[in-house]
Design a protein around this ligand. Structure first.
Ligand SMILES: Cc1cc2nc3c(=O)[nH]c(=O)nc-3n(C[C@H](O)[C@H](O)[C@H](O)COP(=O)(O)OP(=O)(O)OC[C@H]3O[C@@H](n4cnc5c(N)ncnc54)[C@H](O)[C@@H]3O)c2cc1C
Length: 423
């Protein structure tokens, strides 16, 4: 999909109309057009939703790539509704700041933040959503509102975890972090060591300080065979971080370790390269795991061994520290206990291998992890058909979310991250 430049090449829906919007009036006009012509509506931010929710068949797309300006003002940034994490970090860096983003630069800040937003500063700064201070929103009827603690607080509550289900966010005020540099990089271990390293990693990060947030998972070595990665981010002084990095390296015999002091944007640039937008096809599933126990480690190894494509990967995000100290009912995000969010990423080049088998691998892996997992899942990674998981995805917040949906989008104009059936 060249014009919309959607990350997942497997998305086959084609819109009838794409409206590239540069300001609020153009967004309102596009909403009017969709309503007048009865066109299903979609909103395109960074284009990284794997399920392709930035486009609907024969619908109208509000493309926000004309709204990517980021203005830095002291400890906050005013971020356009179509800005990516890379846009925000590039603007914040000269001021010696960063922000709670995800792990990949090209992901849209609004799409990430509205769904939650796991990232390298999760332990010290919480989710991206926890750093949203206010949002300017165009509602389905064209009304423009500001949502914050002091203005439309219910909408503001729902925007932090409830996805793009309530309106078009044309700009956000985001809290910045005084963290221009991190001590981070990648450590690779032979796959044969994966069971021990994963289990040891689970124990280690369970007792780690907030400053250490680490991802782990399985990708491919250049010859296509699986390799275990750990991507730590230490967000304080390198001297203290070196101690934790050494402990991670000592979990096995690393093939490679590239941990060093780097600007916050560097790992995000590497993330863009690893999960490229180059026409590859993707099918994704997700599970939340309460802990990375030896049983879980073994299941992950079994899943990784069964991959049908060298491009397929497993990636675990550690949710801990500051993110767990936010009371679960104070935002719509439904799971505040410590956990690992697993991304199951089946990926292949079109025509390479058996597409059905690639997709099946993602489903089989989700099934394998189910008995070990918490109910629910990360809404940004769930598709509409994952009803069982969606039913639990918002934890105790589902009913309240339903009420906000009814108030702000009674006709269901915005179809975004899935909401439970009964909503
Ligand atoms: C390679 C990759 C890496 C990822 N890494 C992480 C990660 O580290 N942490 C994490 O938590 N998630 C991660 N994700 C998931 C990501 O956060 C979601 O897919 C997110 O929805 C993408 O937002 P987008 O704007 O890029 O996507 P789009 O496809 O443009 O938008 C997806 C949906 O978000 C909503 N939306 C986007 N912008 C707006 C807006 N301005 N107003 C209203 N609604 C809007 C709409 O419903 C839209 O359909 C990753 C995804 C990919 C593909």
């Amino acid at each position: 999909m060249e014009e919309l430049d959607i990350w997942n090449g497997a998305v086959s829906a084609r819109p009838a109309v794409v409206r590239r919007c540069h300001d609020i009036d153009e967004v309102r006009d596009a909403l009017r057009q969709a309503a007048a012509e009865g066109l299903p509506l979609a909103v395109r931010g960074g284009g990284h939703d794997w399920a392709g929710r930035a486009v609907r068949q024969d619908g109208l797309v509000i493309d926000l790539r004309g709204l990517r300006t980021v203005l830095i003002d002291g400890d906050v940034a005013r971020v356009g509704g179509g800005a990516t994490a890379a846009d925000l970090i590039a603007a914040a860096a000269p001021a010696g700041k960063s922000a709670a983003t995800g792990t990949v630069g090209g992901v849209g800040m609004a799409g990430l933040t509205l769904g939650g937003g796991y990232g390298p500063l999760c332990g010290i700064a919480g989710l991206a959503a926890d750093n949203l201070l206010s949002a300017e929103v165009v509602l389905a009827d064209g009304t423009v509102v500001t949502a914050s603690d002091g203005s439309r607080p219910e909408l503001f509550w729902a925007l932090r975890g409830g996805g793009g289900n309530f309106g078009v966010v044309t700009s956000m005020v985001i809290r910045l972090q005084p963290i221009p540099l991190v001590y981070g990089g990648t450590i690779l271990f032979p796959f044969t060591q994966a069971p021990d390293v994963l289990a040891g990693f689970g124990e280690l990060v369970a007792s780690a300080s907030d400053e250490l947030t680490a991802q782990t998972g399985v990708i491919s070595a250049p010859d296509g065979t699986p390799v275990l990665f750990v991507k730590p981010t230490w967000s304080s002084t390198p001297d203290e971080g070196a101690h934790w990095i050494k402990r991670i390296e000592d979990l096995g015999e690393p093939i490679m370790s590239s941990v060093t002091t780097m600007d916050y944007g560097e790992p995000l640039r590497r993330g863009d390269e690893a999960f490229a937008r180059d026409g590859r096809h993707y099918a994704c599933r997700t599970r939340n795991l309460a802990a990375l126990t030896p049983d879980v480690a073994q299941a992950l190894v079994t899943a990784a061994t069964a991959r049908t494509s060298p491009l397929s990967a497993l990636s675990l995000h550690h949710f801990h520290g500051a993110a767990t100290r936010v009371p679960v009912t104070s935002t719509a995000f439904g799971l505040r206990r410590e956990h690992f969010m697993v991304e199951i990423l089946a990926s292949w080049r079109p025509g390479e291998g058996d597409e059905a088998a690639h997709r099946r691998w993602a489903d089989t892996t989700a099934d394998l992890l189910e008995p070990l997992a918490l109910p629910g899942g990360y809404p940004n990674m769930l598709a509409g058909e994952h009803r069982d998981q969606t039913a639990h995805a918002y934890g105790p917040n589902a009913e309240r979310l339903a009420a906000v949906k009814k108030e702000f989008d009674p006709d269901g104009v915005f179809v975004a991250t899935p909401l439970p059936d009964r909503l």
